[in-house]
Design a protein around this ligand. Structure first.
Ligand code: GLC
Length: 653
């Protein structure tokens, strides 16, 4: 949009920057076009956030300078990719993408070895890999890599920038997308900025929330929840050297960055673009709900947090429009969806968001053997924007938080507190007859709240079943693992597998003997892959083979099924059977090409009245085929029969 105030400011800024960039103006042609198109929005957002400051114009100029410098540093190859993706702007909504998240150290020992294991991804069909944080972190105070002490240096235990370059090239050759983290909300207390703040440098003290006494911290505490109540209660930490309090929402060694200071925003844009220029196709923005702190609130999901994300997006679109953002916002269902950006078609903030709602609901259905809450919870989930997509997952490196909406829990017929307690007990093995081997994470005695840790195989009962040697139980656990995966493959969005789950990796209890990890049960499900065991995926009759080949097949079929692309082309089906969960997917270009996805969460065979489908005009006088098995489904007396813990992907052929 052309608007005179911002446009004349832009001209002034460009004139000021001209001597440095004049001779390269031809090269900057695309940059200028994008800056012209986005500057009105960038200026507006920057002014909303920082317009009151005397140094507003200075900071605005610095921001543009970062954008242009990073553009000048961007390789030709990546610039070409930007142009190609601009033309094919829906590229990431395709059903072709299937992801995996992994710790490179756990997956392959380090980055260098990881480069040699890329064939494994292709074997399975994975073509988007989230390499979990690799940046320098203090030993023992790393929060699994989310406490960076240097935003540009790779931890020497994991590798070097050259190793990452080798992976980027390898991925590029094999058409695999690379996802990297930027931990935008906080730094380690050993980060240079924190160290300078501790040494008394007020410029860097202004990078954080630092207070002389408890007056303001106490007021904040009145409304702020605790994120890690067991290991880091409260939201502030006393720094002995500074003799001051620092805001530390997560661990006491993770200092929250103060985004009311524009210098922080500009530094972080520089960091984000640095990793984008290293070849990251997608940046995972960590803990985005926490970016803005406002007294009297829970300091999550604030309007300004959204404005900051919009600004980050607008800036990155000028320099590197081919790169996407993933929002890691594990918050209430109605809040998560806002991280795409509201009231738009195109994502204004992050193109991709973790579907924590679906994840938690899936675990509910596994524990209860019914889909009441799953169906209810998804009914309440608003449609996402057209040009945005979900990251659908069953497990990840974090705990499972039971962040359902209380109203949905009630509508499903449960009492919220009691139901959550049941789920916690069930998955931590405290419920009589439970098959799960999970561990509680961050019990909060004040609220009775807790979250759940554990690997997929251990939570789904495979660990217990294997130990007891009961083959039938083993088969059931495998079915449950596949049942869960069928839904992340077919729901709409990018399925994100978690490394090790494809071969049924159990909990790793080793963390209990490690002083630096024992207080954080999430380490139970951050495994080191046993590659000898992984070889068993090639040996028929093994659990590894059964799981790996089934997932491989599911992935291959997903990729061929255009109805599984993500264009808001799904609607839930009322099955009149609380054990069954069903939805219809249709090809958005050819709506008559439909796939009915039916999942049975119960230990008994269940049936679905085909009349229900006839009302949808589905299956009327045509035969149905299950895309997954390639067979006709079982139909008895006009009812579709779904075996225990099985699923169908049915189409009309
Ligand atoms: C994100 C990460 C989690 C980490 C937290 C604080 O939620 O996924 O592992 O503990 O941020 O950085």
């Amino acid at each position: 949009m052309y608007e005179q105030i911002s446009h004349s400011l832009l001209n002034e800024i460009l004139e000021e920057l001209q001597p440095n960039i004049y001779e390269r103006r031809r090269e900057l042609q695309h940059f200028y076009t994008r800056l012209g198109a986005n500057f009105y929005a960038i200026h507006n957002l920057f002014e909303l956030l920082y317009g009151q400051r005397d140094d507003f114009k200075f900071q605005m100029t610095r921001l543009v300078e970062v954008l242009v410098r990073k553009y000048m540093n961007r390789s030709r190859k990546l610039k070409d990719l930007d142009l190609a993706r601009e033309k094919d702007h829906n590229w990431f909504l395709s059903q072709q993408w299937v992801g995996m998240a992994l710790y490179s150290a756990g997956f392959a020992g380090n980055l260098r070895n990881m480069a040699t294991k890329t064939a494994y991804f292709q074997e399975l069909g994975v073509n988007l890999v989230h390499i979990m944080p690799i940046l320098k972190c203090p030993i023992g105070k790393s929060d699994g890599g989310y406490a960076a002490s240097d935003f540009r240096m790779i931890d020497e235990r994991v590798g070097t920038l050259d190793d990452l370059q080798a992976i980027a090239e390898e991925f590029n050759k094999r058409d695999i997308l690379m996802v990297l983290d930027v931990v935008v909300n906080h730094t380690s207390d050993e980060h240079e900025w924190a160290q300078k703040a501790i040494a008394g440098d007020t410029k860097y003290q202004d990078y954080y929330y630092i207070f002389e006494n408890r007056d303001i911290p106490d007021m904040y505490e009145e409304s702020m929840p605790e994120i890690f109540p067991e290991s880091s209660p409260g939201n502030f930490t006393w720094n002995e050297t500074m003799q001051k309090w620092v805001m530390t929402v997560f661990h006491d060694f993770q200092w929250d960055l103060n985004y009311s200071n524009p210098a922080v925003f500009i530094e972080m844009i520089d960091v984000i673009l640095f990793w984008i220029n290293q070849g990251a196709d997608i940046i995972r923005l960590d803990a985005v709900a926490f970016l803005w702190k406002k007294m009297g609130t829970i300091c999550q999901n604030e309007r300004e947090a959204h404005l900051l994300l919009q600004l980050m997006k607008d800036c990155c679109q000028v320099t590197a429009p081919g790169t996407l953002f993933i929002a890691e916002a594990i918050v209430a269902p109605v809040e998560i969806i806002k991280y795409f950006g509201e009231d738009a078609i195109i994502a204004k903030e992050c193109e991709i968001a973790y579907n924590a709602t679906l994840m938690a609901l899936l675990w509910d259905a596994i524990a209860t053997q019914n889909s009441k809450l799953l169906t209810q919870g998804l009914k309440s989930l608003p449609d996402k924007l057209e040009r945005a997509t979900w990251l659908n997952y069953v497990r990840c490196h974090d705990d499972i938080g039971l962040g359902f909406d209380d109203n949905d829990i009630r509508a499903a017929g449960y009492e919220p507190f009691a139901h959550r307690q049941f789920l916690i007990d069930f998955f931590t093995g405290n419920y009589p007859g439970s098959f799960a081997n999970g561990a509680p994470f961050m019990r909060n005695d004040k609220t009775g709240d807790a979250r759940i840790s554990g690997s997929l195989a251990s939570l789904a009962g495979l660990e217990k079943a294997t130990q007891s040697g009961n083959e039938q139980e083993v088969a059931i656990a495998i079915d449950k693992i596949l049942l869960l995966h069928n839904l992340i493959m077919a729901f709409g969005g990018i399925p994100l597998l978690y490394y090790g789950d494809e071969i049924g990796t159990f909990n790793d209890y080793g963390y209990l003997n490690d002083h630096d990890k024992s207080a954080d049960s999430r380490w139970i499900h951050r495994p080191a892959i046993d590659w000898e065991r992984a070889e068993l995926r090639k040996k028929q009759g093994t659990i590894e083979h059964t799981l790996f080949t089934a997932l491989k097949k599911m992935i291959a079929i997903r990729k061929e099924t255009t109805a599984f692309a993500d264009f808001n082309n799904r609607h839930l089906i009322d099955t009149n059977n609380e054990h069954l969960f069903a939805f219809m997917r249709f090809d958005h270009n050819r709506p008559s090409e439909r796939v009915l996805v039916v999942s049975n969460f119960s230990a008994e065979a269940q049936s679905l009245d085909l009349q229900t489908l006839a009302q949808e005009g589905f299956g009327n006088s045509v035969e149905l085929t299950d895309l997954y098995s390639g067979k006709r489904p079982t139909i008895e007396e006009g009812r579709l029969i779904v075996q225990p813990f099985h699923f169908y992907w049915l189409n009309e052929y």
